[in-house]
Design a protein. Structure first.
Lengths: 115, 111
């Protein structure tokens, strides 16, 4: 069975600090996708990244970076120099690469960036 | 391109009633998925439609159903509403093999 665990329910940091959101997943599939989504107070899920299980390269996009480690089944997300606008709930998710329209979400981490 | 639209945005119903929610995908996207989000259970996959056919289904009772029209618009229906059906219902559309784009959701309150 597939499962995504985000152990951090809620995190608060002061603006400009770096923050890492943890994600650990379980799957028996050999090929799969990992995702991160952001959900601001408006409720709409905003896609951040999709990573194929064959691609373990870390990725950086502006202040965002992702560390994918297959050996520990983790896909952690780091925000550098956090800003108040980063405050949101962040979801890590997983799907079978052959059925990527069925996404299994973690419970989410609520991130508060304090001014 | 316009994003995924969902109507209505807010809905209040009473137990035992039925409700229909609508989702219009991004133009050109043929896959539409539905999710339920509650504080207790988080985000859960309901079902996915592609070319008017249900391709995937989550673990929800038969009271939850959906359909997709030839223009890719989709509706989901919940019959005999229960208090526990109160949730944010999210719709997502995607082109084949690509990431999903989510709509703003319909917040359903069952009294």
């Amino acid at each position: 069975a597939q499962k995504v665990t985000q152990a951090q329910t809620e995190i608060s940091v002061v603006e400009k600090e770096d923050v890492t959101l943890d994600c650990v997943y379980e799957t028996r599939d050999t090929t799969y996708y990992l995702f991160w989504y952001k959900q601001p107070p408006s409720g709409e899920l905003v896609f951040l990244i999709r990573r194929n299980s064959f691609d373990e390269q870390n990725e950086i996009s502006g202040r965002y970076s992702w560390n994918f480690q297959k050996s520990t089944s983790s896909f952690n997300f780091t925000i550098t120099a956090s800003q108040v606008v980063d405050s949101a709930v962040y979801f890590c998710a997983l799907s079978d690469a052959n059925r990527d329209d069925k996404i299994i979400f973690g419970k989410g981490t609520r991130l508060h960036i304090l001014p | 391109k316009a994003g995924v639209t969902q109507t209505p945005r807010y809905l209040i119903k009473t137990r035992g009633q039925q409700v229909t929610l609508s989702c219009s995908p991004i133009s050109g996207h043929r896959s539409v998925s539905w999710y339920q989000q509650t504080p207790g259970q988080g985000l859960q996959f309901l079902f996915e439609y592609f070319s008017e056919t249900q391709r995937n289904k989550g673990n929800f009772p038969g009271r939850f159903s959906g359909r997709q029209f030839s223009n890719s618009r989709s509706e989901m229906n919940v019959s005999t509403l229960e208090l526990g059906d109160s949730a944010l219902y999210l719709c997502a559309s995607s082109p084949p093999g690509n990431e999903q784009f989510f709509g703003p959701g319909t917040r359903l309150t069952v009294l």
